[in-house]
Design a protein around this ligand. Structure first.
Ligand SMILES: Cc1cc2nc3c(=O)[nH]c(=O)nc-3n(C[C@H](O)[C@H](O)[C@H](O)COP(=O)(O)OP(=O)(O)OC[C@H]3O[C@@H](n4cnc5c(N)ncnc54)[C@H](O)[C@@H]3O)c2cc1C
Length: 596
């Protein structure tokens, strides 16, 4: 397809290229409703796609000493959840972040050669056909966007069950988590002129090499990111305006796409942790609207990036369909033909549905014009650095999903940019881990889209409920950012009944309305502290009013005494000289409860 034709096809607005994906929000939501059942079926009912191999424990963070950021140690847990000692052990951050279920080690080369029919050394569980899970060692490819899992580790890692370790709230927060996100966004600083190629983070080849210095070299760029963030905070609360990444508008498409992929991944993780949030008061897993408002609803651009990622992955999956059906090399369960055919059918059901919206994202526009071609290598190296950064995530479950999702996006980029490369007619074959990561990342985005829609409904319901109860004028004056008080209240958000539109696996709908939130105020994100601040201000206001009343009564006291004495003297005189006595005009009255 020609570039001009695709530009026309994308021309949904005068600034067509800025919107980057050629589909509206509602089109993507409709598509998601169509694809999601098949995608859930694939990722939740097949052994092949519900187990992932990764090196979770044997790789150290190559960029800094990450010991302080580890959620496994109690210091991190105390940092994120105050009074942790008072919380039952199973709800502590260090526990929530742990992996569950049996794990099996990747077989060594010798074992693979000797006993290919029964390759795993560990046990994954009775229901798992091992031949559907194992991955044979493949050579790495220059065209990879992620670092191979065994790059710096002696072990090839473990297979873990994704179903037994859902992505959800873990309590991982504080400097460790923030440091990783900051470093991820710093990778977006493509500054070829001021950032020499030799210092590019993508050139890091050894852990603990020049990387730490390079991070310092780009620290200025973080200031710009902060400025953008402040700019974002002033966005009006209209989450679905077509205002997609405007602050990146001056950048070329490639740089914008890089930022969007990172931000969209971050938004998806935030969505899942808000949707599957642990209420430590009741012990229930449930959506936390307040968390959603603070992390996503107030930032339409983040939601837009999430939708952009959905479009990007949809395009990659659709593009992969013909390759998966054509190439015999893709077997999903070696040694079990029946299961192989069943899994293949489920894969193709997803790729077929994903192909139902053509022109969803046009990758042919990337790395073509201007500085585009020279950016490709840089883009790939930066993406590899992000995948290395995932080893700095100090919480097992978060690291699992962080690694899986970066690998998933890396695979999508590989499919988009390397599969029809005219210079290299032979497309690279995908490894098992890449396929599993790609489809599970797509499933994550799919769940995020569903959760975002439900969250939006909850906020709308909360907004609609407020005018009945409050005077409209007072409400507008009191509501910062037009978020209803009920929706903003930090510790007592009532989650209204969730309208279920699909067989959403993430939805732990509460049986009855319960209060949300568990984090203590000093560690709360800004949005939650804002509400604490307003409550504090309100209390101070009441104290000041009370002090004013006490002061007024002290000032009035001599006057009141004089009034009582003088009227009583008049009444006494009237009585003494035989006149009718005037009725008493004062008395002792107890204040009622409201006045107190
Ligand atoms: C790879 C990774 C995986 C994680 N997985 C989990 C998990 O599974 N469960 C869990 O409970 N926690 C997880 N965390 C932690 C979680 O993402 C947050 O870091 C944590 O909840 C603290 O949130 P926060 O409000 O301080 O801001 P953070 O989410 O840490 O964000 C840091 C800063 O980045 C900016 N920002 C936030 N969102 C976006 C966005 N979408 N786009 C652009 N900028 C943004 C904001 O300026 C914000 O202040 C993970 C962290 C990482 C690094």
């Amino acid at each position: 397809q020609s570039q001009d034709a695709s530009q026309d096809a994308c021309a949904i607005s005068p600034k067509a290229i800025v919107s980057d994906a050629c589909a509206s929000y509602s089109t993507l939501e409709r598509l998601n409703r169509n694809v999601k059942p098949a995608l859930d079926e694939l990722t939740q009912t097949t052994d092949f796609f519900s187990h992932y191999r990764l090196n979770l424990f044997n790789k150290r963070c190559p960029f800094w000493n990450d010991e302080n950021g580890m959620c496994g140690n109690i210091a991190c847990a105390v940092e994120t959840l105050d009074n942790e000692a008072d919380i039952p052990e199973v709800w502590r951050a260090s526990e929530l972040g742990k992996l569950e279920g049996p794990r099996a080690k990747h077989p060594g080369k010798g074992v693979q050669k000797e006993r290919p029919e029964r390759p795993l050394q560990g046990k994954l569980g009775a229901d798992v056909g091992e031949s559907c899970v194992v991955e044979y060692d493949d050579e790495c490819d220059d065209r990879d966007y992620c670092v191979p899992e065994d790059e710096s580790a002696s072990s090839k890692g473990d297979y873990v069950s994704l179903l037994r370790n859902p992505e959800r709230f873990t309590g991982y927060a504080g400097d460790g988590a923030k440091g990783v996100w900051d470093a991820v966004y710093r990778e977006n600083c493509f500054q070829k002129s001021s950032f020499p190629e030799s210092a590019a983070l993508g050139k890091i080849t050894t852990p603990k090499g020049p990387a730490a210095m390079d991070f310092k070299a780009v620290i200025d760029a973080a200031g710009r990111q902060q400025a953008l963030e402040e700019q974002r905070q002033h966005n009006p609360l209209t989450p679905f305006v077509a205002k997609t990444g405007l602050e990146h508008e001056d950048e070329c498409l490639e740089k914008r796409v890089f930022y969007r992929v990172m931000s969209g991944m971050h938004a998806s993780i935030s969505t899942h942790l808000c949707w599957d949030f642990l209420n430590q008061t009741t012990g229930q897993w449930q959506p936390n609207v307040n968390c959603y408002i603070g992390r996503l609803h107030k930032y339409p651009e983040r939601i837009s990036n999430l939708y952009f990622n959905y479009a990007l992955l949809t395009r990659a999956i659709a593009k992969l369909g013909p390759y998966l059906s054509r190439h015999d090399a893709y077997t999903f369960c070696t040694g079990d033909r029946g299961q192989d055919a069943a899994t293949r059918a489920k894969v193709l059901a997803v790729t077929e549905k994903a192909s139902s919206v053509p022109q969803i994202f046009d990758e042919s526009l990337m790395f073509k014009n201007g500085e585009g071609p020279s950016l490709k290598e840089d883009f790939r190296n930066r993406f590899r650095n992000v995948s290395r950064l995932m080893d700095c995530v100090g919480c097992d479950k978060c690291r699992l999903w962080g690694k899986l999702q970066t690998a998933g996006y890396g695979t999508a980029l590989k499919v988009l940019f390397e599969f029809d490369n005219n210079d290299e007619p032979q497309p690279p074959l995908l490894k098992r881990t890449e396929l599993v990561a790609l489809f599970n990342t797509y499933a994550r985005l799919s769940s995020s889209l569903t959760a975002i829609q439900k969250f939006r409904t909850m906020v709308e319901e909360a907004e609609a409920a407020v005018p009945d109860q409050l005077d409209q004028g007072r409400k507008e004056a009191e509501k910062p950012n037009h978020i209803p008080d009920r929706a903003k209240k930090p510790r007592h958000v009532i989650v209204s009944t969730i309208v279920s539109t699909s067989t959403e696996p993430l939805t732990p709908a509460p049986s009855e309305p319960v209060e949300g939130d568990i984090v203590d105020d000093h560690d709360l994100p800004e949005y939650e502290n804002n509400t604490f601040r307003s409550a504090f201000d309100e209390e101070i206001g009441k104290v000041m009013t009370a002090l004013g009343q006490v002061w007024d009564s002290w000032v009035a006291f001599p006057r009141i005494c004089w009034y009582i004495i003088s009227t009583e003297l008049v009444r006494l005189w009237q009585f003494y000289i035989g006149l009718p006595v005037s009725p008493r005009t004062w008395g002792f009255v107890r204040p009622d409860a409201d006045e107190l």
